[in-house]
Design a protein around this ligand. Structure first.
Ligand SMILES: [Zn+2]
Length: 303
């Protein structure tokens, strides 16, 4: 099979035979007689093979396919290339690796673009199950930002729970006379007359943890995806390719995390869970009643 050198670029090399079958390949290239033209491919193989330089032959697993001015090809490891061809090899190796990396990034981005509908379908499934992500994000903000209208005392209590990562609702009760006396006689200095006892837990509190902010759905998936779908990949610079290749690699994680957060949102916003908020301020229902009204009026959540 005779393949032109340009076509040999980036051929996937899986075995030593793939190398030996390349047209123009020689396993005994004399580096003193040949001038290096370019690096055309690289390989990492499970078994060792011999270096293709006539004065070497060292066994190695990974290296480069180089082409000389006369059109001959051989394989050399990184160290041999440097030792026998000097700085020119290093320059060619560097530009080849940059090109190779660009090529891989382009392939990764292109393959993502052609599969992007799968990601969008995942989002549809999540939203059908748990509601619109934008809407749930607003609820997340409502329960974490004072400016969004959540009754202040309830908000403070929730913030404290989130800060302590402790979903337990406590009730402060007065110690009985005996309890207080016991504390005093046991040597506690100026004991408190009150104690806190757990009376319930808020489920799905992780919905409000800062690392679960649904803003990341827009920032790390929705917006970059929109941008990517309108992007001409062939016009991107190497650093842009690196950046996009990395972003594309993170989309899966973002979608999975979004899914997890949406599951937590359902648990947190469950009617029976919200009803437990009443216990946060046991002596005054005003804030709770107000909370229920806002949830209904602004978010269409009926408690
Ligand atoms: Zn060698």
């Amino acid at each position: 099979m005779n393949i032109s050198v340009s076509k040999k670029h980036f051929l996937r090399i899986n075995t030593w035979d793939d190398i030996y079958k390349m047209s123009g390949y020689t396993d005994s290239l004399d580096p003193k007689k040949e001038k290096l033209k370019r690096v055309i491919d690289k390989y990492t193989l499970p078994t060792t093979g011999k270096c293709g330089l006539s004065n070497c032959g060292t066994a190695h697993n990974n290296g480069y396919i180089v082409e000389t001015d006369t059109g001959k090809l051989t394989n050399v490891g990184h160290i041999c290339g440097k030792n026998h061809f000097g700085v020119i090899f290093q320059t060619l190796e560097k530009s080849f690796n940059r090109e190779y990396r660009d090529r891989q990034a382009k392939e990764k981005i292109a393959s993502f673009k052609s599969n992007s509908s799968q990601y969008l379908e995942k989002v549809v499934v999540i939203e059908n199950m748990y509601g619109k992500i934008g809407h749930i994000h607003k609820l997340q903000q409502f329960f974490t930002h004072a400016s969004r209208g959540c009754p202040s005392f309830i908000l403070e209590m929730i913030k404290l729970m989130v800060k302590n990562r402790n979903p337990t609702i406590y009730k402060t009760i007065k110690l009985s006379k005996e309890e207080y006396e016991t504390l005093k006689t046991s040597g506690v200095k100026a004991p408190s007359r009150y104690k806190e006892i757990p009376i319930g837990t808020i489920d799905g509190l992780a919905f409000l943890y800062h690392e679960n902010n649904l803003r990341m759905y827009a920032e790390d998936f929705k917006n970059p995806l929109d941008e990517l779908l309108n992007l001409n990949v062939s016009s991107l610079s190497s650093s842009q390719l690196d950046r996009w290749s990395k972003r594309v690699g993170e989309f899966d994680r973002t979608i999975n995390q979004t899914h997890e957060i949406m599951i937590d949102s359902k648990i947190f916003l469950d009617r029976r869970n919200i009803l437990k908020f009443r216990k946060l301020i046991p002596d005054d229902d005003t804030q709770f009643i107000y909370l229920v009204k806002i949830l209904k009026d602004q978010f269409d959540i009926k408690i």
